[in-house]
Write a protein that binds this ligand. Sequence first.
Ligand SMILES: Nc1ncnc2c1ncn2[C@@H]1O[C@H](COP(=O)(O)OP(=O)(O)OP(=O)(O)O)[C@@H](O)[C@H]1O
Ligand SMILES: [Mg+2]
Length: 274
Amino acid sequence: MNAQRRHIRQSPDRLSASKLLSVENLSVAYSGGSISALEGINLDVHEGEIVALLGVNGAGKTTLLRAVSGLLGLHGGAVRSGSISYQRKNLGDESPWGRVRKGISISLEGRRVFTDLSVQDNLKAGGYTQSKSAAAKAYQNVVELFPVLARKRDLAAGLLSGGEQQMLAVGRALMQGPKLLLLDEPSLGLAPLIVNQIRDIIVEINGQGCSVLLIEQNVGTALSIADYAYVLDSRRVEHHGTAQEMLADDTLRDLYLGIAAPAAGRKLNKEAVR
Ligand SMILES: Nc1ncnc2c1ncn2[C@@H]1O[C@H](COP(=O)(O)OP(=O)(O)OP(=O)(O)O)[C@@H](O)[C@H]1O
Ligand SMILES: [Mg+2]
């Protein structure tokens, strides 16, 4: 893409909120450094925010979530330079489970549920870092958010529909009681009705005090609930700004977002979904 890189100004509200996650000048490469996947990324998630991570296939979105969750090594990737701080402390070489204990949970792309295990056992596996009472409380919260998981708790997860498996994947991440939830394309391949259901649940989870970093191919859906958004292109952040600012930017909409201008007067933030 040839669009000149622009940084839309940060809203005053955002600057005053406290930073939960701060990615600074992060560069990541795979295969012993031969494949560069991210270069000089700067990105913040503040307490209480839903932040959308947008961008074309191969831009580096999943790589960024792997870096934050500590899973890069499993994929032959490594941080080359820069830092990731959570609650103002550098995560450094903290293990994936150490990050989970600190409150960072990830729901991976492609609904990675344990297909042979029951729905209930999948959820229990998600709560492995929790005390018994905390896991029981989290389970109650998850089945209230996703009643279908309670109804099908004894069914093997592999027998759930695609949308239900996605709900299970998100539910499993919630079993760890996260403060920061990383979601990689939670609505990929799902019917519009289910996409809306998952969107509403993300807003509800956020309303419970959990910040969300959301990768979403459906830009309209993402910006309808996000407070702030970053657009990645070819390993770099090409644009960032509030969802409202992005939607109001004609050039950005045409070049990157592939969506029509919002209807005049339509409220476009998570308050409208709540
Ligand atoms: N395990 C890996 N080993 C080597 N290269 C990888 C690996 N995973 C990803 N890459 C490369 O890193 C770049 C970024 O990939 P990434 O999966 O982060 O993109 P993405 O934005 O999530 O794409 P998509 O929208 O298709 O999911 C791509 O060029 C990809 O080929
Ligand atoms: Mg991806």
